[in-house]
Design a binder for this molecule. Structure first.
Ligand code: RIB
Ligand code: CA
Length: 313
């Protein structure tokens, strides 16, 4: 097998984050160096606890989980309990975690890991607001050239936004952090709503995950059945978009996705379009290309991979 991909997942669990973490833990192609929690879908005290719950669900209490930013850089925290439930992981009944939260701050863990690991070997996988990543880049600019790649879920362009007409949640919560990350000069892959809205948790797909019959499969089906109801009602679809696991699936099978290298700029001035990711898909500006923006997914292939891997846990 090709060298394992060393990753840090930065996350705000959130059912879709949880499934992304499970996919990573089930995949031999991935070497999880640690998980850093950020405030987003629910407050930090819940996102860090949920990350530990998911590691224990996967039988991996050895994974190191760190707590990071309790709020965005400048804006007031906006959460999404209406989507994820009060706990952030509504659906399955998961026990309180017994594995410890690491004492180090998430930002320090990110910096120290990037300085200690061989340059160009660690991939950052942000699945929530980009506050921790921006703080790390500001605190220690030396890490930027040492990051192999940032593969993030966030943004939207032809698909628009999901929190405002213009902005997707992760970018909307901390647009200033997103601006800092996208200007850092780090090779970046962006999984926007244009891709994730094509990865729908249809009844057939959820049934296949539940039919795995293992603890992880059943818990994942329970998470999805709770989580998808909000988007099914909003979009009138069979199933809701499964956002964050697209990031991990890209690491494992990049050919599931197609996109284009282009400039992505973030609105940080106008309240009307705050957090909008302005993607120069047609190359009509002279702005430097700073991200590979994915637009297409083989959704059957994605769910086949996810289901097969969840069955391994
Ligand atoms: O807009 C979808 C994103 O916001 C996902 O990462 C979801 O978990 C929430 O954080
Ligand atoms: Ca998330």
């Amino acid at each position: 097998m090709a060298d394992k991909r060393k990753i840090i997942i930065d996350t705000d669990p959130g059912q879709d984050d949880a499934i992304a973490i499970l996919l990573a833990l089930a995949s031999p192609e991935v070497d999880m160096l640690g998980i850093t929690a950020v405030a987003g879908n629910v407050p930090l005290r819940l996102t860090e606890k949920n990350a530990r719950k998911i590691c224990e669900l996967a039988g991996r209490p050895d994974i190191k989980v760190y707590a990071g930013a309790i709020r965005p850089l400048l804006r007031t925290l906006v959460t999404a309990e209406e989507v994820h439930g009060e706990s952030g992981l509504n659906g399955p009944q998961l026990p309180e975690p017994t594995m410890p939260l690491q004492a180090r701050h998430a930002v320090d863990f990110i910096i120290e890991t990037l300085l200690e690991e061989e340059a160009g070997t660690v991939t950052l996988c942000p699945l929530g607001p980009l506050t921790n990543i921006a703080l790390a880049l500001i605190r220690e600019p030396r890490i930027a050239p040492r990051i192999r790649e940032i593969v993030l879920m966030g943004g939207g362009f032809f698909e628009g936004g999901n929190v405002t007409p213009a902005a997707e949640f992760n970018i909307h919560v901390d647009p200033h952090a997103a601006d800092i990350v996208l200007r850092a000069g780090v090779p970046t892959v962006m999984m926007p709503l244009d891709v994730t809205h094509k990865a729908l948790t249809t009844a057939r797909r959820v049934a296949a995950i539940r039919a795995l019959g293992n603890r992880v499969g059943i818990a994942t089906a329970e998470m999805l059945e709770f989580y998808e109801r909000f988007d099914e009602e909003k979009y009138g679809t069979d199933g809701g978009p499964l956002h964050d696991p697209c990031v991990i699936a890209y690491l494992i099978k990049p050919d599931l996705f197609r996109g284009r290298h282009c400039n992505v700029s973030v609105e940080i001035a106008s309240e009307l379009t705050m957090g909008m990711t302005v993607v120069d898909w047609w190359g009509v500006t002279s702005r430097a290309k700073n991200a590979t923006v994915m637009r297409h997914i083989d959704d059957d292939g994605f769910f086949a991979l996810l289901t097969e891997r969840l069955g391994q846990l």
